[in-house]
Design a protein around this ligand. Structure first.
Ligand code: FAD
Ligand code: NAP
Length: 326
């Protein structure tokens, strides 16, 4: 039998945006429910040192997220381990179905579903996912002790993953499609000074090479985009670190999106195209995508929800507006 829970504010997502929204909504006496999703704590649980969270010159990502969860809980947010599989924003109260069978109804919703790792889409990448191909160095780096490793990408994630992997691998080759990294200078500096790191500039992954019995990676074929030359690199582990895409599947047919799937909000606010639905963090931000900006937007979303709820009649029955896409 399915259980139905009603709340004034339902927060979907447990990254910095979701937990901060929880802290503020609870302190506004809105008794929020927060549904954590498949990755409790969000993206920061997949990293180690976080050096740009204000007030702490270095903190472990998972530790920071455990502290945020405890904070949201202590303020009065009810935290539920569930995954929202369906969301109806067309009728009020809004309805969200959980994988557990629980149905959540809510007067206001704060979407904080963040972003998930992008893949290149190569058949060989797909074939060896979980068997040598990964998108999470903290999760899988340990398997490649004293083995050669390849990292694909040139942003902060790729550089941090590569640096972290030097703790395990015999050598780490970073394959980047240009001749310049987009990562922060301090990280680039550390990467360039690390004797275990080699760079394959202007190069793209063509194929992950491996064996079927046992299933495992033996190397990669890369192509130099300037010369067309193909090279094979020996590797036991391949880490794809080419960025993240917004997790907007739940709402893609219901809310206005822009910039390739990010939920559109009114400038300077977290208001989406449906009154009563607010969005915060990496789900809505294609520019900054930081823990601290996500937390800031989580705060804004809770304040926006509080003001919106206060301005409504007891019976919230405003029609839901038609959607337009950019
Ligand atoms: P996320 O952290 O992406 O969390 C999304 C949440 O939504 C998750 O809890 C997930 O379970 C939940 N969710 C998704 N779908 C559903 C659903 N259907 N139902 C319920 N819940 C759902 N930023 C920094 O500022 N400093 C750093 O050092 C730093 N290091 C990073 C290292 C790595 C490896 C990565 C990948 C990112 C790093 N970032 C860093 C970026 C930072 O992690 C993100 O900007 C931030 O986590 C975004 O927060 P968020 O709350 O928007 O979403
Ligand atoms: P990102 O900044 O978008 O970088 C993605 C990288 O992958 C870029 O170098 C890009 O190349 C490359 N790339 C993208 N698509 C590719 C493809 N199809 N083939 C080959 N290469 C491809 O993503 P990110 O590094 O995951 O960072 C995401 C956000 O999280 C950023 O805002 C970042 O600042 C933040 N973050 C912060 C920290 C930190 O503060 N320490 C750590 C990690 C992440 P081009 O450069 O050529 O575009």
């Amino acid at each position: 039998m399915s259980d139905t829970r009603h709340t004034k504010v339902l927060i979907i997502g447990s990254g910095p945006a979701g937990y901060t929204a929880g802290v503020y909504a609870a302190r506004a006496m809105l008794s929020p429910i927060l549904v954590q999703g498949i990755e409790p704590g969000g993206q920061l649980t997949t990293t180690t040192d976080v050096e740009n969270w204000p007030g702490q010159s270095s903190v472990q990502g998972p530790e920071l997220m455990v502290a945020m969860e405890a904070h949201a809980k202590a303020m009065g947010t009810e935290i539920i381990s569930d995954i929202i599989t369906e969301l109806d924003l067309q009728n009020r109260p809004f309805t969200a179905k959980g994988d557990s069978g629980t149905v959540y109804t809510a007067d206001a919703i704060i979407l904080a579903t963040g972003a998930r790792a992008k893949w290149l889409g190569l058949p060989s990448e797909d074939k060896f996912k979980g068997f040598g191909v990964s998108a999470c160095a903290t999760c899988d780096g340990f398997f490649y002790r004293e083995k050669p490793i390849v990292v694909i990408g040139g942003g902060n994630t790729a550089v941090e993953e590569a640096l972290f992997l030097t703790n395990f691998g015999s050598k780490v080759t970073v394959v980047h499609r240009r001749d310049e990294l987009r990562a922060e200078k301090i990280l680039i500096d550390r990467l360039m000074k690390n004797p275990k790191v080699e760079m394959a500039w202007d190069s793209v992954l063509k194929e992950v090479v491996g064996t079927d019995m046992p299933m495992g990676v033996t190397g990669v074929k890369i192509e130099n985009v300037k010369t067309g030359a193909e090279t094979e690199i020996t590797a036991d582990g391949v880490f794809i670190a080419i960025g993240h895409a917004p997790a907007s599947d739940l709402v893609k047919d219901q809310l206005e999106l822009h910039n390739g799937g990010y939920v559109k909000v009114e400038p300077g606010s977290t208001r989406t195209s449906i009154p009563g639905v607010f969005a915060a963090g990496d789900l809505t931000d294609h520019v900054y995508r930081q823990a601290v900006t996500s937390a800031g937007m989580g705060c804004m979303a809770a304040l926006d929800a509080e003001h919106w709820l206060a301005a409504q009649d007891d019976d919230i029955t405003d029609p839901v507006p038609e959607m337009s896409q950019e």
